[in-house]
Design a protein around this ligand. Structure first.
Ligand SMILES: [Zn+2]
Length: 136
């Protein structure tokens, strides 16, 4: 068993080998206070995955955000920072993201917005966090 906390909020869980398998909700952050335990875990996982997944989508859409790794993968370019913030509380917090260290044209922002509004992958058995996503 492992103690796990996302980087998206202050909730803390005891999980088995994977954050998917929650054993207990140890601590609930102010944003998720008031939700039943099962909803806390689901909401936190979706927020965390959505934030990470959207970065991947943005990197696919706008090449100058990223750099290619020796293994062929793509990660954020050294000078670029992915700045994200969740606001609100409960299940449907709003996510806003922006990229620092790079100047994006209106067209590039449009590509990122379009990618973020598409349904997220379901191959891992999870659904998109129903957040309101804003690209600044
Ligand atoms: Zn939380």
């Amino acid at each position: 068993m492992t103690r796990w906390s996302p980087d998206t909020c202050g909730c803390v869980f005891d999980v088995t080998w994977d954050p998917d398998e929650v054993v207990a909700v140890i601590q609930t952050c102010p944003a998720h206070a008031g939700l039943p335990d099962v909803d806390v875990h689901e909401s936190v996982l979706r927020e965390n995955r959505t934030k990470n997944y959207l970065l991947g989508r943005a990197l696919q859409q706008v090449a100058k955000l990223g750099k290619t790794l020796p293994d062929g993968g793509v990660t954020l370019a050294d000078e670029v920072e992915y700045v994200w913030e969740f606001t609100g509380s409960g299940r449907d917090r709003a996510l806003s993201v922006r990229f620092q260290g790079v100047v994006l044209s209106a067209a590039e922002k449009g590509l990122i917005r379009a990618a973020m509004s598409q349904p997220l992958a379901t191959e891992h058995g999870w659904q998109r966090q129903p957040v309101t996503t804003t690209v600044v």
